[in-house]
Design a protein around this ligand. Structure first.
Ligand code: ADP
Ligand code: ZN
Ligand code: MG
Length: 487
């Protein structure tokens, strides 16, 4: 008998590698810029030539400390680098400088919303620094390539590894946590979060256990997850695979599996018997890292407001619905954009609506770069909403104005003036249009007199059309009502 669906509890822990946004590498002065010609950003240190000495990048340490403190972690007064040994052509030293027994920080956490909306605290075991390896480039596919090339530009690039506790309970939650973590890194400015370029990479560990039991089941580690979608899909596949095996009475083996996005399946890479013994030992070329408490305090004092806190504040300060606040605080750049606009014109909900429904649709993204290139600065959007609020233009005309703003980068006032879009609020002028509409629509007038109040709407619509959207609808409505009932 197989166990009913839902009898298994899903247990997931993530290991995330984030490339730190430093200009130079972890232990040498080579550039970290992405996309340079192969092997143009290398030196004896990051090529692993003998006789060279690594020097720790202070900025990389600062960024990792910043992240650890922002997530409430304990930053160790002293940490140490260690050599992690294995052989692979993308790693010329045959060891990677990482941290092992004495990591930079431990016991942090990042909250997300649970399935019922209540906050869920996901623990972070440790957070440490290490260096990246080079990149193998195969001609065609790995299976058919006659040759493979190595690009060492990435060798020695600073990475921060963050290891969560096995606190995540579904593939969806794992993807949500990774999104939240990425948002924090972007807010802190320590990583560009670009998953396609490999700035953020994730391995996922997953096991199942009988619901309500304590001991963890045998875990599988999935590698090669380069998007939120793939994290979720790979975990969903793996949960199904493990549940089927366990239901069939099989025993799972602890192993590392690779996600194959094309086949939408994981496949075994190595089992525990073949697990690496990395022969870690302390890096003899680097002294232990003693972190000055005053420096830590300065970094702590300089932490920005984080996404969840900002979301909460947006709800309280601007009276926004949680949905709006969530969307507007996804990226720090977007949140700044929004707040700058609200400072220029205090209509928080209208500005939120315009950003969510009109502006974001036209932009390639909500990140710093996309917003910096946006032809409509926050002050212009604020001015547009003010024109509506002051009844200078209608909301409908405003949409057309925004199209022009996006194309030309001009302020809305200029466009409205040039194109003569100012709303007609002059009752005398509007009365003429109303009379014309009444004369042209005897049916509507008759319907109204027979008690069909909605018939007035048709007349208002006719006036709006005749004015090409420029008539003030509230005044037109009042005039129509007056004239019809006077009739
Ligand atoms: P390893 O020694 O294999 O590296 P760790 O204990 O260091 O294992 O954990 C690595 C990651 O795997 C962490 O994110 C942790 O939360 C997660 N993890 C550990 N045990 C399990 C388990 N039984 N099921 C799911 N995830 C697990
Ligand atoms: Zn170098
Ligand atoms: Mg481990």
């Amino acid at each position: 008998m197989s166990a009913p669906a839902g009898a298994w509890e899903v247990v997931i822990g993530l290991e995330v590698h984030a490339q730190l946004r430093t200009r130079s590498k972890m232990f040498c002065r080579c550039s970290t810029a992405f996309g340079a010609p192969p092997n143009s950003q290398t030196c004896p240190v990051c090529l692993g030539l003998p006789g060279v000495l690594p020097v720790v990048n202070r900025r990389a340490v600062e960024y990792a400390v910043r992240t650890a403190l922002a997530l409430g972690g304990r930053v160790n007064a002293r940490c140490r680098f260690a050599r992690k040994h294995y052989y692979y052509p993308d790693m010329p030293k045959n060891f990677q400088i990482s941290q092992y027994e004495e990591p930079l920080a431990e016991d942090a956490a990042l909250e997300i919303d649970g399935p019922d909306g209540a906050p869920r605290r996901i623990g972070i075991q440790r957070l440490h620094l290490e260096e990246d390896v080079g990149k193998l480039v195969h001609e065609g596919t790995l299976e058919t390539a006659a040759a493979s090339l190595v690009d060492y530009n990435r060798s020695g690039v600073p990475l921060m590894e963050t290891v969560t506790r096995p606190d995540l309970r579904s593939p969806e939650e794992a993807a949500a946590w990774l999104r939240a973590f990425r948002a924090v890194l972007l807010y802190l400015g320590v990583c560009d979060g670009n998953m396609e370029e490999g700035s953020l990479r994730c391995d996922a560990n997953v096991s199942l256990r009988r619901a309500g039991t304590d001991p963890l089941g045998t875990k599988v580690e999935i590698k090669n997850l380069n998007s939120f979608r793939n994290v979720q899909r790979a975990l969903e596949f793996e949960v199904r695979r493990q549940a089927q095996a366990l239901d069939a009475g099989e025993r799972l083996v602890q192993e590392t599996r690779l996600w194959d996005a094309d086949r939408a399946a994981t496949r075994s890479m190595r089992s525990k018997e073949f697990a690496h013994d990395y022969r870690y030992f302390p890096e003899p070329d680097l002294p232990p890292l003693d972190l000055d408490p005053a420096w830590l305090a300065a970094i702590r004092g300089d932490l920005p407001e984080l996404p969840r806190a900002r979301r909460q504040r947006f709800v309280e300060q601007y009276g926004l619905p949680a949905y709006d606040a969530d969307l507007l605080t996804q990226s720090r750049a977007l949140a700044e954009y929004y707040e700058t606009a609200v400072r220029a014109h205090a209509n928080p909900k209208a500005l939120s609506n315009w950003i969510m429904s009109e502006l974001l649709r036209e932009l390639p993204g909500d990140d710093e770069a996309a917003l910096a290139r946006c032809p409509v600065p926050p002050a212009h959007l604020a001015a547009l909403v003010r024109l509506i609020d002051e009844a200078t233009i209608s909301g409908k005309i405003a949409k057309d104005v925004l199209v022009t703003m996006l194309r030309t980068g001009e302020p809305p006032t200029l466009i409205v003036e040039r194109e003569g879009l100012v709303q007609v609020a002059d009752a005398g002028a509007l009365a003429v249009l109303v009379d014309e509409a009444i004369a042209a629509n005897p049916r509507a007038v008759e319907d109204f007199r027979r008690g069909k109040a909605a018939a007035a709407k048709a007349l208002v619509g006719a006036v709006m059309k005749a004015s090409r959207g420029k008539a003030n609808p509230a005044i037109v409505d009042r005039l129509v009502q007056e004239k019809l009932s006077r009739g």
